[in-house]
Ligand binder design. Structure first.
Ligand code: HEM
Ligand code: HEM
Length: 187
């Protein structure tokens, strides 16, 4: 069994971002699907935007960390096709981690209501300048909303496959793949 592990920074960022994205999908679905009283709606939307921008920063840090730190090698027993599938899925997950918050940011930048984003009620956050300056924002906003929703729900499917693959490695193949991404499991 390969005993190399991801380092503490990679593990922390993986699980903080994973929990953050799953929570954001739940909250996003709830706030967009039900009619909420206007005060609650405002608070929940601001919280969704604040956590989403925080996740965007965490993802940027994670990408930088990943580019400068080598991950543990995949088990030598892993077939070539599975290696390709795992690497491809990880690339798509990175893409989703960036595209989901950016499309969310695009939605608020295109909104004809011009509601300001104030992170955690403290820090004013700008719109994406080249989008908020467009003349016909209202016509494009639904496209950004659809892209944000499709990417988020699509990522949920991908994460499901990714988690199933991790559980297969843990329970069926028993090659230590899940443990090397878990905190507190040093061998
Ligand atoms: C980082 C991860 C994020 C995830 C996983 C996420 C997920 C979601 C989901 C699932 C919805 C509901 C879509 C629907 O059913 O129509 C939603 C809606 C929304 N999100 Fe996000 N979001 C994220 C980040 C952001 C960010 C950074 C912003 C803005 C700065 C944002 C702004 C919005 C807005 C304004 C809506 C409501 C759109 C509508 O009313 O149709 N989101 N989000
Ligand atoms: C939103 C949720 C998630 C996202 C975005 C995500 C993303 C990723 C990415 C991009 C990697 C590759 C790391 C790298 O080498 O650069 C990875 C690795 C990993 N993830 Fe996740 N993940 C999520 C949830 C989960 C869940 C729920 C599980 C387990 C049930 C899991 C288990 C693992 C494991 C075991 C690895 C290490 C694979 C290896 O050793 O090569 N992930 N994840």
């Amino acid at each position: 069994m390969n005993k190399a592990r991801y380092d503490a920074v990679a593990i922390t960022l993986h699980w903080v971002i994973a929990l953050g994205i799953l929570a954001q999908i739940g909250v996003g679905w709830w706030m967009a699907s039900f009619h909420l009283p206007i005060h609650l709606k405002f608070v929940i939307y601001q919280l969704h935007k604040s956590v989403g921008i925080t996740i965007l920063f965490a993802v940027a840090a994670r990408v930088l960390w990943r580019l400068t730190h080598r991950p543990p090698p995949l088990p030598a027993t892993m077939p070539a096709l599975e290696r390709k599938a795992a690497t491809g899925a990880h690339h798509l997950l990175y893409l989703a981690m960036l595209a989901i918050p950016f499309t969310g940011w695009a939605v608020v930048s295109l909104s004809p209501y011009n509601i300001p984003t104030v992170l955690y009620g403290l820090l004013p956050w700008p719109d994406l300048p080249w989008l908020s300056a467009l003349a016909d924002k209202a016509a494009i906003e639904p496209w950004a909303e659809d892209a944000h929703a499709w990417l988020a729900y699509g990522a949920l499917g991908l994460v499901g496959l990714h988690a199933l693959a991790a559980l297969r490695h843990h329970f069926l193949l028993r090659d230590g793949m899940l443990r090397r991404m878990l905190p507190l499991f040093k061998e």
